[in-house]
Design a protein around this ligand. Structure first.
Ligand code: NI
Length: 224
């Protein structure tokens, strides 16, 4: 009888110890992510290539302004030249303007001199409108993806979420592509030369803001 009582007491101590251990471990785990969430808001950057477009880009700028969102535009030099007022508006409204070459060319398939001219001319056009020379470049076709094959004195920017908006031309599918794949710190690729992409972009902003995301320009995202 006495032996049995010692055994039961022993088991009770083991269970109680185990319970306390699990209780405190779970409490610690529960505290950590909650504290981190309070400190840092999830951030993403919307990036728009190939514009500006005379009709769709102003619609996009209006929608972004209404939502208090800053984005990044990798503009084509010749499109900027044809729509200087849109570039000026982007700049005044606090968006970041980057280089996407003068004529949307694959810069690693041309001579160094030609490539330098393509990049330099686009920077000249943008600087002549805004007074500020772009520091960021997104080479067309995602080529030139390291500093060695693309030795410009500019910061290369690619993307994490490819919406394939130019291919699907369907705002609902573009929105779903983003919502399904987006994570904190992502750079989202869109093109402001399609009506469906502009529609999608504004829905993406509303949905992600509701999910607790904050929109920043790529320079802010890359600084961290
Ligand atoms: Ni492009």
């Amino acid at each position: 009888m006495e032996r049995k009582a010692i055994l039961v007491l022993g088991l009770m101590i083991i269970f109680a110890g185990g319970f306390l251990f699990l209780y405190y471990r779970q409490k610690d785990n529960a505290n950590l992510p909650a504290a981190a969430e309070v400190d840092e808001k999830k951030q993403v950057a919307l990036t728009f290539d190939d514009g500006p477009h005379a009709i769709y880009t102003p619609q996009l700028l209006k929608g972004l302004k209404e939502r208090g969102v800053k984005a990044t535009f990798f503009v084509i030099g010749e499109n900027a030249e044809q729509n200087p007022e849109i570039i000026a508006q982007m700049y005044e409204e606090g968006h970041l303007i980057g280089n996407h070459t003068m004529h949307h060319v694959a810069i690693n398939q041309m001579s160094w001199e030609e490539a330098e001219k393509e990049v330099g001319e686009a920077n000249d056009v943008i600087a002549s409108i805004t007074g500020e020379r772009p520091e960021y470049i997104r080479p067309p076709y995602g080529e030139c993806n390291d500093k060695k094959s693309c030795p410009f004195d500019m910061i290369l920017v690619f993307w994490n979420v490819d919406t394939l908006d130019w291919k699907v031309l369907d705002s609902g599918r573009v929105v779903e592509n983003v919502i399904k794949n987006v994570e904190d710190g992502d750079i989202i690729l869109l093109h402001d030369i399609y009506e469906t992409s502009v529609e999608a972009a504004l829905i993406i902003v509303d949905r992600l803001q509701a999910m607790g995301y904050e929109f920043v320009t790529v320079d802010e995202l890359l600084m961290e």
